[in-house]
Design a protein around this ligand. Structure first.
Ligand code: FES
Ligand SMILES: [Fe+2]
Length: 339
């Protein structure tokens, strides 16, 4: 009889609080506050009068009401129940029921978290962030077109969604004709260079024919260009991928997964390219929707739901080198711990 073993090491939510995590596309946060969930906690995002985003715990100290149901008044977030107003520092500045509404007791405050708008996304670090976000100059370069796809909400832990993005062996099987060819399933040799919280690896991918439905790749020439993919995996859940076609044409894939809780995540995909300027965004978005839907079915079936970070768990072959190094690095950086 098969006995299901509990995973020996799992993502350490306490440690992950000290990392930048994506919580929304920036365009999703307008004038109204927005509830998001991160590492098992509900947060409210809101913009002050200058449009600067802030993140607070989504729980009024007075009666536990969700502040995300309230509204923004100038530079304060007002609770919907009794109108208490909180500043971006989480301190309550005004209690309308008091004779002097500004004589607020010191206890009247909620947790405030560091929030940042970068790459068209909103990021939160629940504690002092230990790593910087990657540098992606292409996103600020007017020669590059930026397209956002998703977000992709899955019933899986962010570690599984991240590993799926790093997994070369599945391309011909899960994405035949789109990312791989079942006639050529052998994964090219590659090596991973770990450097602290970043794993670097390059792959020259076997040529997959462009599909007529999704003509996203730039190889219209008869001589197949070298498809070199240069990856940076930034712990815990972010991947920066630069695709070259052997010439000036390039593409940047930026993927990051929001650890919602132990079995939910949301993936954000931002793609930039310096060619095909006329192509409508929907071409890449439809392509990514197709790819992510194919992956979702497989990844949501994985057990355990969270990546088991001990190398004795699951079975690794040479072409799984990224997963091996990812699991090692997550433990070495203290981002995974014994369950
Ligand atoms: S519950 Fe928020 S002001 Fe009363
Ligand atoms: Fe995939």
């Amino acid at each position: 009889m098969l006995v299901e073993q509990p995973p020996a090491s799992v993502p350490d939510f306490a440690a992950l609080r000290g990392c930048w995590q994506p919580v929304a596309y920036a365009h999703a946060l307008g004038d109204a506050p927005l509830r998001v969930r991160l590492l098992g906690e509900d947060l409210v995002l809101w913009r002050d009068s200058a449009g600067v985003p802030h993140a607070l715990r989504d729980l009024c100290i007075h009666r536990g009401t969700a502040l995300s149901l309230g509204r923004v008044i100038g530079d304060r977030l007002m609770c919907p129940y009794h109108g208490w107003q909180y500043g971006s520092d989480g301190i309550c500045k005004l209690i309308p029921q008091l004779a002097d509404p500004t004589r607020v007791p010191g206890k009247a405050r909620v947790d405030a978290f560091t929030c940042l708008e970068r790459f068209g996304m909103l990021w939160v670090a629940m504690e002092e962030p230990r790593y910087a976000l990657p540098s992606i100059p292409e996103f600020d370069d007017p020669d590059w077109i930026v397209v956002r796809a998703g977000p992709y909400a899955w019933n899986a832990d962010a570690s599984r969604q991240l590993e799926n993005f790093t997994d070369f062996g599945h391309f011909p099987w899960v994405h035949p004709g789109l990312l791989g060819d079942p006639e050529r399933p052998v994964v090219p040799d590659y090596s991973v260079r770990p450097d602290g919280h970043i794993l670097y690896y390059d792959v020259v991918r076997p040529e997959a024919p462009n599909s007529d439905d999704f003509p996203v790749f730039a190889n219209e020439t008869s001589v197949a260009p070298e498809r070199r993919s240069r990856y940076q995996l930034h712990l815990p859940y972010t991947i920066l991928l630069r695709l070259g076609w052997g010439g000036e044409k390039g593409m940047v894939y930026f993927f990051s997964s929001q650890p919602v809780d132990e079995d939910h995540c949301i993936g954000y995909v931002t793609i930039a390219r310096n060619y095909d300027r006329e192509q409508p965004d929907s071409v890449l978005q439809d392509f990514e929707d197709t790819i992510f839907n194919q992956d979702q079915l497989v990844v949501e079936s994985q057990r355990p739901e969270r990546v088991p970070f001990d190398l004795a768990a699951e079975m690794h072959l040479k072409f799984d080198a990224v997963a091996i190094e990812y699991r090692k690095a997550m433990r070495a950086e203290g981002l995974a711990k014994r369950a």
